[in-house]
Design a binder for this molecule. Structure first.
Ligand code: HEM
Length: 109
């Protein structure tokens, strides 16, 4: 693992740890405010601050998982470092696209 990948993986873990606590609090509040799709979207649509929070969460998780997966792939499949890097980055890209689309769907205007 390169020093940059090491720093990014530990850094994104540090970013995500407190975000998970906020996310848990949001889940508890959401349960109290009504859990149908309409009720949730009525609260979330057009909220730029929460869109920013969850977009950051998505980016941190995607970078973290994309880097971590490379170690797992190398250990389990014997794939070359380059093959694992390509696969890890493709997975990272997929998580970013799907994750940001989900954030747009829930928090977009
Ligand atoms: C608060 C959330 C999270 C924290 C604090 C966290 C923390 C960590 C830490 C410290 C490591 C390094 C372990 C090591 O190198 O010995 C790690 C590795 C890893 N994490 Fe996370 N993580 C979090 C969320 C996630 C998520 C959401 C995913 C997947 C979507 C994920 C996937 C991985 C993978 C694949 C590795 C590599 C395992 C390995 O090197 O053997 N993590 N995580």
């Amino acid at each position: 693992m390169t020093p940059l990948a090491y720093l990014l993986q530990r850094g994104t873990a540090l970013i995500m740890a407190p975000m998970i606590l906020v996310h848990l609090a949001v889940i508890i509040m959401a349960v109290q405010g009504g859990l149908t799709g309409e009720e949730i979207l009525a609260r979330t649509r057009g909220n730029a601050l929460w869109a920013g929070f969850y977009a950051t969460f998505v980016l941190a998780a995607a970078v973290h998982a994309g880097i971590g997966l490379q170690t797992v792939i190398r250990e389990w499949t014997g794939m070359t470092t380059r093959g694992a890097a390509v696969t890890g980055h493709l997975f990272m890209l997929l998580l970013i696209v799907l994750g940001l689309r989900a954030v747009m769907g829930v928090y977009g205007a």
